[in-house]
Design a protein around this ligand. Structure first.
Ligand SMILES: [Zn+2]
Length: 144
């Protein structure tokens, strides 16, 4: 009799529509549930990765440590979406953005409560874990 293999599919709980079910960085979801947005840092070369990676593309090793995305980042660019992919129609319009934290950048969404007129390139933003109305998890950028 064979035992059914357990599948770690925590990424099913990420985003309005989850595109990834299985990943080597599933702890990211557990961290989100605990209110932390996390990336990984290579303990050999020190390079930071966001989204988190399990393997370093420079060292070709897997000596990664988790770090929390904290403090202030700067808005590099953003785009206000009037049309969205299937599954995101109810969220429209919303803004996607890139935030620079110095040694890594985070791609994500601007919080809905940031007024269009307040959005300015270079503005300070923080990255926070967020629970969607349907119970899924993501993270958003909020004004400091
Ligand atoms: Zn490395």
């Amino acid at each position: 009799m064979s035992k059914k293999k357990e599948i770690d599919d925590r990424f099913k709980r990420f985003g309005t529509v989850s595109f990834i079910a299985i990943s080597k960085t599933n702890d990211f979801i557990t961290h989100l549930e605990d209110g932390q947005v996390t990336g990984t840092r290579c303990s050999d070369c020190g390079r930071a990765f966001f989204p988190p990676r399990a393997d370093c593309c420079l060292c070709l090793t897997s000596h990664m440590d988790w770090f929390e995305v904290t403090g202030s980042g700067k808005l590099v660019t953003f785009s206000r979406l009037q049309y969205g992919p299937v599954g995101f129609e109810d969220d429209l319009p919303y803004s996607i953005a890139l935030v620079d934290y110095g040694d890594f950048k985070v791609f994500g969404r601007l919080a809905d409560d940031i007024a269009d007129g307040d959005i300015e390139i270079g503005m300070a933003l923080k990255t926070v874990a967020n629970r969607l109305p349907n119970g899924q998890l993501n993270y958003v950028f909020q004004q400091l």
